[in-house]
Design a protein around this ligand. Structure first.
Ligand code: SF4
Length: 346
């Protein structure tokens, strides 16, 4: 882990929307995604966001997030909203979590608070705090019940599966829903996925309900900027769903989960600037990024943009406050995540 940390609060001048790795993401549904931290306790070999070895990590102030989410709730309507923590890192490393969860659960209209986690930092006291702060569901990325396989996939020397399983039971006994979310690495953990399904079925036979313990198998995705497992190929979506169908038949369990299963539905989107690929834009550089060839630009008070610095340019403090013209290279309307390039004329 690197020591360089950039804190993001109201005085930082860093907007909370628009950048993929921090702040808040609105995908036009009733789910509002939170990314308050980029630190991770693991460095998984398959991590598609490349977490665990960023040059600079980011931690967002909880009050700043609360202020922004109140605006978003007003726009979307104060009913049936879900806050989902999906950091480019591990949420249990976020020191303000308890406080933030409590404040979120006090906001009218927020009925579900869920999070992703690798689960390794769970303990009885942590679970007690999560329960007290009204966490509804935790999605745990457990890829195998064998320590050796987990150590290999997560690139670590110790992975206490027994402790994690005990904590899964403690979560369920505390009425926090658990969704085990293994990634299927074709040819690597096929047997392990079946063992996890059997574990879920056994727990359900012990009396835990389908909502208390779910399983959501994830497709292995490969991104240019992420880490990948050698020799493991990503399959097409068609192949993946066929694989799930076969498992559903074999184990008589529902494995294909969609937005409906989580009550996700379309809702008003926070207004965007309708930026398009290749648009030229004047922005102010307000922060370094995770890597030396990345920085954060400010478009307006609520919208930021990730700026990739073209080689050989690297970030230096002198760039802060500079107004530059960048070229938009990615503008995704579904989630309003923006990326630009600088310099764009060479
Ligand atoms: S996959 Fe998750 S747990 Fe593993 S390094 Fe990436 S963010 Fe951390």
């Amino acid at each position: 882990m690197n020591d360089k940390i950039q804190y993001v609060d109201k005085t930082s001048n860093i907007p909370l929307m628009g950048v993929d790795f921090l702040g808040i993401i609105d995908r036009g549904t009733n789910v509002i995604e939170f990314k308050p931290i980029t630190l991770c306790n693991l460095k998984c070999k398959y991590c598609f966001v490349n977490s665990g070895n960023y040059d600079t990590n980011f931690i967002v102030d909880s009050n700043y997030l609360i202020e922004k989410v109140l605006d978003i709730v007003r726009i979307k309507g104060a009913y049936n909203l879900e806050i989902h923590f999906s950091p480019y890192g591990e949420i249990l490393l976020y020191k303000e979590l308890e406080n933030l969860l409590k404040k979120l659960s006090d906001i009218k209209g927020i009925s579900v608070i869920s999070t992703q986690s690798n689960g390794l930092l769970l303990s009885k006291p942590v679970i007690k705090k999560l329960k007290k702060s009204n966490l509804t569901r935790i999605n745990i990325s457990l890829n195998s019940l064998k320590e050796e396989t987990d150590c290999y996939l997560c690139n670590c020397t110790q992975y206490d599966v027994d402790k994690l399983i005990k904590n899964i039971y403690s979560l369920m006994n505390s009425n926090i829903q658990v969704l085990i979310a293994p990634v299927w690495f074709p040819g690597e953990n096929d047997k392990d996925i079946e063992e996890i399904i059997e574990f879920v079925l056994n727990a359900r036979n012990e009396g835990y309900s389908k909502s208390q313990l779910q399983i959501g198998i994830q497709k292995y995705l490969i991104y240019k900027t992420g880490r990948t497992l050698k020799k493991v190929q990503s399959k097409s979506w068609g192949y993946f769903y066929l694989y799930l169908s076969k498992l559903e038949k074999k184990f008589k369990i529902k494995l294909k989960l969609g937005p409906h299963d989580f009550g996700i539905h379309k809702r008003k989107r926070v207004s965007t600037l309708n930026l398009q690929k290749n648009d030229l834009l004047k922005i102010e550089i307000v922060s370094r990024g995770r890597w030396e060839n990345e920085c954060i630009g400010k478009i307006n008070n609520s919208l930021g943009i990730k700026v990739l610095l073209k080689k050989p340019l690297v970030f230096s403090e002198e760039l802060i406050g500079k107004i530059i013209e960048v070229k938009v290279i990615k503008a995704n309307y579904k989630d309003n995540i923006l990326t630009a390039l600088f310099p764009h004329k060479l």
